[in-house]
Design a protein. Sequence first.
Length: 95
Amino acid sequence: MQELITEYKELAARVTHLSKKLDLENKKITIRHLEAETMKPDFWDNNEHARKVSQELAELQKEVELLESIQNKITENTSFIELAKREHEDVSDPE
């Protein structure tokens, strides 16, 4: 069980490294800027520009959501495994 926990923690570290390589934090900042731009009253005045901004925003959101989803699943699974390990230890070692 400990080996599985270690593997999940290593996987989490690799995903964190990947997030940094992909510059996830700057992508989140860009998303906020693009979202603000789409809220401007004149945003749709230039349809071509609006389409490009909307497409870039959607692509960035998808990428960020995917990485965050992976990170969350790894964290949840690690927590479940650690909980199962503690429960197994409690059952195996009744005081």
